[in-house]
Design a protein around this ligand. Structure first.
Ligand SMILES: Nc1ncnc2c1ncn2[C@@H]1O[C@H](COP(=O)(O)OP(=O)(O)O)[C@@H](O)[C@H]1O
Ligand SMILES: [Mg+2]
Length: 482
């Protein structure tokens, strides 16, 4: 339903027209209208003062595209929407910071490995923590270092002393990290930073340094370049430093939409640490969902409640069951991949026949599997689109294939969640040094996110060996299909 044709509730409307000064945090369950509010507020801010600049920021490319497409469709207004990294890089061009290349992914891993090897070779007191797995020690250690460096940078830790003394939450018990280990980890971090600054082949900005550099250099960015108003969608995907940087850069107002129940990346973070003012009426919580049917939310809610870690979080709120009734979600258990593909094909055919103008989202674990499913549907002449990082039309009717991660923030009339298989969902093991419960909590949230993308019908496809999450679903809330 288009926002222009829906009637926002009083609470939603209040968020839209909230005074355009300072911070506003809108938290809410999936489908409670956070994105709709942000788009309507962006329009409101622009209309209130046409000279003001308004920028919407998100974490993922898929969501950025979606938000842009939605704004055009619903408000007929083009919107400046960017990912945090895209936007941050653009801002840095106005400063004297010498590099612009972002170092992320494999490039980052490779540079950290190089730094680790240098420390190993030349430092006098090298003490790396012992990895649990005996076979692939090196790989496990590198993964651990990459995660730890991301955490240090994302938390804004700026000195060795701070790192040595800080309590590190979210760490598992499989790796004991003592003070001497921390010293060596910090040596690697310093060497890595040096490479980013000085080594001609490796120069650049670590993705997680971008926020800190923006904060340090913000005084060099011309005032007319900084947005008057910034709106952030799915802010729980960003880390403390990124929110801080955004907050510093917004000249007049900052509006944040977030749902910690959908926090699927490793983040330790609180609004206070991020410097967001959420006193009194600046903190709104929306508990009513408009996207899904009662039957879908019931199943998703019950599943979410199995996450003992999350329901203890101060930001946890249980979703109200919506009024609107629909079909009970379906679960299909498949013996193998062939059976899974056959069921998906069947289901897509049925849905297309009954609802030719609807969107169908197929959500899966890996790009490879989604490509395979695409082939099966292509062969039968069914048009399907892969929502990767490009400009695929997400809103128009049709079949869209997307990963669990990228599905966040999006919605489809019909959702088929696949890959509910042991080793895939939940993933086979936590990263080295990661807390097992936190890991499971995040994996659960991924499945929860996927389920709550559905507006009208939800189909879950499990493949042998079945995912442990299947046993956690309340059997009174779904139909098992033969
Ligand atoms: N007050 C409302 N009345 C009817 N539908 C609404 C209302 N608010 C939001 N919606 C619809 O509910 C769905 C979910 O809204 P969205 O803004 O995507 O939620 P969120 O971002 O919180 O997940 C969208 O299809 C939207 O058009
Ligand atoms: Mg949203």
């Amino acid at each position: 339903m288009a926002v222009s044709t829906i009637k926002l509730t009083d609470t939603q409307q209040k968020c839209v027209t909230f005074q355009p000064k300072g911070d506003l945090l809108i938290q809410g369950i999936p489908g409670s209208g956070k994105s709709s509010i942000l788009l309507a507020r962006a329009k409101f801010l622009k209309e209130k003062n046409s000279k003001d600049t308004v920028t919407v920021l998100t974490y993922s490319n898929a969501l950025t595209n979606y938000v842009r497409q939605l704004s055009l469709k619903m408000h007929s207004t083009p919107l400046t929407a960017k990912t945090f990294h895209q936007w941050g890089q653009e801002m840095l061009r106005y400063t004297d910071y010498p590099h612009t290349r972002l170092i992320v992914g494999d490039l980052r891993k490779d540079t950290i490995k190089y730094a680790k090897n240098i420390v190993n070779k030349y430092s006098s007191n090298v003490n790396f923590p012992q990895m649990k797995e005996s076979k692939r020690q090196d790989i496990a250690l590198l993964t651990f270092l990459c995660d730890e460096i991301e955490w240090i940078k994302g938390s804004g830790i700026a000195t060795r002393e701070e790192y040595l003394s800080i309590k590190r939450s979210g760490r598992g018990t499989d790796i004991r990290v003592l003070k001497e280990h921390r010293n060596t980890i910090y040596d690697v971090l310093e060497k890595y930073n040096e490479l980013l600054n000085r080594d001609r082949r490796r120069q650049g900005i670590d993705g997680d340094d971008l926020a800190r550099i923006l904060i340090e250099k913000s005084h060099q960015i011309p005032e007319n370049i900084k947005p008057d108003h910034i709106l952030v969608d799915e802010a729980q995907d960003l880390n403390t430093m990124q929110i801080k940087a955004i907050s510093k850069m917004a000249k007049k107002s900052l509006t944040i939409g977030a749902d910690k129940g959908q926090q699927i990346y490793r983040r330790t973070f609180s609004w206070k640490q991020a410097g967001v003012d959420i006193k009194g009426s600046r903190n709104i919580f929306l508990k009513q969902t408009f996207r899904s049917t009662k039957q879908i939310i019931r199943l998703a809610n019950h599943f979410q409640e199995q996450d003992k870690l999350y329901i203890k979080d101060e930001d946890y709120q249980k979703a109200q069951e919506p009024e609107i009734n629909g079909k009970v979600p379906e679960l299909k258990k498949c013996e193998n991949r062939e059976a899974e593909r056959a069921h998906i094909l069947n289901q897509v055919r049925r849905l297309r026949a009954s609802f030719p103008n609807d969107t169908i989202g197929i959500i899966g674990f890996s790009h490879d599997n989604l490509d395979e499913i695409k082939k099966v549907l292509d062969d039968k002449g069914i048009p399907v689109y892969r929502v990767k990082d490009n400009e695929v039309d997400i809103i128009s009717p049709g079949v869209k294939l997307i990963t669990f991660q990228s599905s966040k923030g999006l919605e489809f009339d019909h959702v088929i969640v696949t890959d509910l298989q042991k080793g895939k969902m939940p993933y086979k093991a936590p990263s080295p040094g990661e807390d097992e419960n936190e890991f499971l909590s995040r994996e659960r949230k991924k499945f929860y996110v996927a389920m709550t993308r559905a507006k009208k019908t939800l189909t879950i496809v499990s493949i042998k060996e079945y995912s442990s999450f299947i046993n956690e679903l309340n059997s009174g809330y779904f139909h098992l299909i033969d």
